[in-house]
Design a protein around this ligand. Sequence first.
Ligand SMILES: Cc1cc2nc3c(=O)[nH]c(=O)nc-3n(C[C@H](O)[C@H](O)[C@H](O)COP(=O)(O)OP(=O)(O)OC[C@H]3O[C@@H](n4cnc5c(N)ncnc54)[C@H](O)[C@@H]3O)c2cc1C
Length: 457
Amino acid sequence: MKIVILGAGPAGLGAAWRLNELGTADWLLLEAAPHAGGLASSFTDEAGFTWDIGGHINFSHYAYFDAFLDGVIPADGWLRHQRQSYVWIRGRFVPYPFQNNIGLLAPEETLRCLLGLLRLKGRPAAPAAHFDEWIEAGFGEGIAELFLRPYNLKIWAHPLDQLSASWVGERVATVDFERVLANVVHRREDAGWGPNSVFRYPLRGGTGALWRACAGALPPERIHFNAAATHVDLDRRIVLTSDGRAHGFDCLISTIPLPVLLRIARRRELAGAVEGRLLHTATHAVGIGLQGAPNPAIAGKNWLYFPEPNCPFYRVTVLSNYSPHNVPRDGEYWSLLCETAESPYRPAAADPAAAAVEGLRNAGLLQDSDSIVARWHYRAPYGYPVPSLERDAALGEVLPALERAGVYSRGRFGAWKYEVSNQDHTFMQGVEAVSHLLLGEPEVTLPCPGAVNGSRS
Ligand SMILES: Cc1cc2nc3c(=O)[nH]c(=O)nc-3n(C[C@H](O)[C@H](O)[C@H](O)COP(=O)(O)OP(=O)(O)OC[C@H]3O[C@@H](n4cnc5c(N)ncnc54)[C@H](O)[C@@H]3O)c2cc1C
């Protein structure tokens, strides 16, 4: 079986890794960019600052992925961090997850949040029709109004009643009222929740170092860079690429955005099935490199959430705290990486870097006296796959139809499932697609209603 993979991000590299591990000879990976990594790439600017496309951390749900991380970068090439994540709200830092730490707000705000939670008691549990309803039903009016609504509107950049509530799972901490009450009474910080409370980060080269090392460990002749797929002929099973070549396949593992795949495959009926039903944001990553002593308020902090309207970004990562090699010289420089979402509902600023600097000043992270020595801006046209109400129905029509034509669409925008779209998930989607094709093993990461591969109903 000849397998062609589109895209050398974590999902495509996961597929290639597994094919190589199984000793399969007949495969080829085609990547549009001149490098591997996709959204998990990193770039070092002329001033010597290293930037990720938004803050990336490595944590894992899989023993296979852990072993991969350990094998590709040696132990002394990783830094391990305890999460130090906060919400900046009403002029103070509240530890993440916010809902467990409402006791650190001003007394009237704590009371408002507690009363909201109290009023939920005894209400019959009913399935939420959409994400906004899920927020109010799970957290009450206080937490919803103060944090969850404004924050989620910023990150998703779509009305929250267009999002489903089905994806949430481990992505959002639900509320244990008695625990919250005890935290308030004892004035206790409670920041340990979640799968990413400890994470790792490459010592050198940013997040992208992992994926460059992964690609470097694969046979170079099987990876074609600067080779964008321009046409996929599903009847003849041929891919045409921007470097003027044609590649036949028995099976195609595509990790490029699903609407792009459907367009270049000229499948109008399938493209019509996702049109307006699969929503996404673009992500603006703005890096601000600074010389001098860092703002003491961010000492030891990893990333910060910003729900308020005085800044465009929803999250800022203190990237100089991830690795000393992310700045030109440790101790003399520091760096902040801001993420802003763009959508038809939330257009980008004319100058995203200037808007980020202004927001950092409004939020008190930058002072007028701080010396900015680098500004870096990257727009990822596909940043977040929005878990829209019609997403699963659309995927349930399109993915099985593609699989019948020998195409497995996987990865963050290939499969469009935000809840399984981190690096570990997407890498494993590639691995599992290959294990399924060659060994008949079920795919477990990607729950796909109606998938023809028999791994689920
Ligand atoms: C702001 C932000 C923050 C994130 N934070 C984290 C985090 O903290 N931890 C974490 O684990 N994950 C994080 N992620 C998710 C992580 O980036 C993704 O899991 C991962 O990059 C998705 O991999 P992928 O291979 O599915 O897709 P991508 O990385 O998008 O790769 C797709 C590849 O396809 C290529 N391509 C596109 N079109 C074509 C074509 N026509 N022909 C050939 N190639 C093509 C692209 O160039 C790209 O290399 C974050 C993502 C974003 C946007």
